[in-house]
Ligand binder design. Sequence first.
Ligand code: NAD
Length: 498
Amino acid sequence: MTSFSYDFSGTYTGKTSFKTGVFIGGEFRHGASKSTIDVVNPATGKLVTQISEATAADVDDAVKVAQKAFDETWGLNVGGAQRAALLNRLAILMDEHADELAAIEALDNGKTFGWAKGVDISFSIATIKYFAGWADKIQGQTIETDEKKLIYTRHEPIGVVGQIIPWNFPLLMFAWKIGPALATGNAIVIKPSEFTPMTALRMCELINEAGFPKGVVNVLVGYGHTVGQTISEHMDIQKVAFTGSTLVGRKVMAAAAATNLKNVTLELGGKSPNIIFDDADLEQAVNWAAHGIFWNHGQACCAGSRIFVQAGIYDEFLERFTAKAKSIQVGDPFAPGIDQGPQVSQIQYDRIMSYIDSGKQEGATVHTGGERHGTEGFFIKPTIFTDVTPEMKIVKEEIFGPVGVVIKFTDEADVIRQANDTVYGLAAAVFSQNINRALETAHKLQAGTAWVNCVNQLHANVPFGGYKQSGIGRELGEYALHNYTNVKAVHVNLGHKM
Ligand code: NAD
């Protein structure tokens, strides 16, 4: 066990100091391997700290501890009102530490302090509060068959659940995962991304302070091929919830299938279409389209990365959209006036730059960006490609960076066909002032979320998840609760004789 202290400067000038390590049974310890993981500041590329690495042996320990907590002090031992009180207490503590959490997120992930506070932290708090509200409303049904039988269902917690999350919204993904799992009474072994472990580690002390029984939440920072794989294969984990790439989602599902057939939910990648008709409010469409692809530096699963613009407004849209992209201020996440920080890591920076190179090589035109910003850290300028064709990599694959393609269309049926011509189906958007056209299009798009005259709108109360290879199951909203309960039917004989 070690601790991490940091004095922030710029748009936030507070301090943070907290314990780090492998968090099992309410305590930090060194991982069994005694190895460490580097935490790098993506704005500088320099080392911030090193934290203890969890490995497979730690997963085994955590699962045992979580099972004991589930059996003895959690699970069916604790009523919904008490779970609600604990989650509400956690939300209050997060709120009290909102600035600090936002600053840690900005340092670790590279998003700006302002965005981290305004979206990531506030949405995380809202998520925990929302699921606190459900904790005492987990109800089954009474099912009528005949008068000599009483039949009812119970929605029981599954037990020990494994959760694996990505680096793009580190605390938010943590909250989306633990909220419904705790509201329904499960014990958790969660693996943050090795690239962004810090807010999850900061949450451990808050979870203790909120009063959750020890061992209900266990946080293991380790690599995917060790901790992630072990969680997915573990015989004593009955459910795994994964958010990340489609490639790794496939591995998680295969590992579950090959072992104990644990229940699997997957929140995966996307290549979301954004369709802008001639009759759209052009200024609004430009502003939203820019938010759609450049928000969080393009590192959003639902990023509107394929922008289809109808011929009548295409030239004007492109001109204004390019100007908008050029106006985005890229720089230090803690400097005032900055809209976009660095990409999360050298690996992601290299990956995005290789997509940009492939677009150039395949003959697409760069309208703006297409190159690094500055001389240190992992900054990439907002980038717009045109003159693309459907088979180009930049049109087909998820880039996960600030890179959008703009495609001209004329025919309504054809643009819907093009929009749906993808293995993904996470989100889609349509811009039109004709409500019939907008809704007809929204209904024909194969995506778990369809936005009309907006993009990237998410809410704790509203389900989110993918069609096709963007995932299985839904997070958020009442739907998320179904992922974390087993339904038991109880048949009571009130007088039938054998
Ligand atoms: P990733 O798939 O590389 O990693 C996600 C997590 O899986 C990490 O914690 C990683 O360590 C772990 N992992 C890696 N290999 C593993 C293995 N073999 N077994 C088990 N776990 C393993 O994804 P990423 O780069 O961290 O995140 C970006 C991806 O996440 C994008 O594709 C994005 O679209 C997706 N995403 C989806 C949503 C959603 O709600 N649909 C939300 C956020 C991010």
